[in-house]
Design a protein around this ligand. Sequence first.
Ligand code: ADP
Length: 424
Amino acid sequence: MQRWYRELNLLLLLTLPALVLGMFTGYIALCLLVVVTLLLIRQTIYIDHLEKWLSRGAFGDKHPQHGIWRDIYYHIWKIRKIDKKRKKKLTRMIDRFRTSTDALPDAAVVLGSYGEIDWTNKSARDILGLKKSDKGQRIANLVRNPLFIQYLKSNDYQQKISIPSPVNENIILQISIVPYGTGLRLLLAQDITQLKNIERMRTDFVANVSHELRTPLTVLKGYLETLLELENVPSVYLRSFQNMSTQTERMQLLIDDLLLLARLETKSKKSECINISELLKQLCKESDLLEKDECRVNLKLDSPTNLLGDPEELRSAFSNLLANALKYSPADKPVYVKWFKNSENGVCLEIEDFGEGISSNDIPRITERFYRVEVKRNRKINGTGLGLAIVKHVLVRHDARLEIDSQLGKGSRFRCQFPQKRIC
Ligand code: ADP
């Protein structure tokens, strides 16, 4: 039988005799009132027991073992038991998570909305020098690298940054931040010292080899020039000398580009206010002179804006783009060079040609070193495959990005988008 039926039965059991007694004595209301009051007192006592039991944390079993109250106590006890099980499971999960994150070689730090430390793993304590007791402290007060503080404040975490470890200057850390939840951030720091060393070794090797090749190449070029100037050279030899001269010329270009790339990777950034209009006018004039066609390059200066940057690097990037536009389009087609303010309050250089274009498969790869698109052309176009790699490097060093739009057989449009902070 349902327990609340029993409660009802008890009520009827007490009410009926009270009713009978009331009818005999003529005090029906009084008898019923006495019964109801007794029942009310009983329930109040049970409620008091329940309150005391709950205030003790629902421990112990000193509670009524009959009626509806037995069920109430049983259900509370059951809920508590399930809750306890769930808590145990959660604690085990947290422990497992802690052990695995502590085993991670990368540092992980959970930051609150004000940059205060909420949680750290073991690596964070090892390579970032944080302590368990630093919980609640702002990380910017503990990792005092200016680049890191600027990155933390920027709220733009698309890029990663590299900084020396606060514990050991020789350790290079790559820092990235992932925002999640409401205002929370996960900071990850990876030790990339070895990667940086290998990268430096590669750059040094390429730079040294290129540098060492320069002198023998200059000697070779000198001898070839002398041989080409000789009179009465048999035509068979003359053709060979001309071929050798073209190839040494190519090699020279390759070495120059490799050295420039190595410089871009190692040189510290230079920043001065550059008159871009003047620079572009000069570049277009030089190109027209080389092309022996004064109308091929059309320059449109829609903005007088100047840029903060390295003049040599920008000159080399812009001239590479212009040279490509001229190289990869027919001699009778114009090339448009435009300098204008873009929609992001920054400034943009656009170089457009109506040449062979680039397929959508090749576009993502053309900025890779030595990548040249295989196209069957009726004339051979010389190149090193390093021009756009140089352009990309220079733009990254100027906080700019390269956008490429192209259609095979129709032409290409290269855009260098500079941010507002580069305007001077
Ligand atoms: P390269 O010395 O070969 O010109 P780049 O790095 O400058 O090297 O260019 C890489 C490749 O991208 C080129 O080989 C060419 O196929 C393609 N490319 C670059 N610019 C253009 C352009 N304006 N039109 C068509 N193809 C281009």
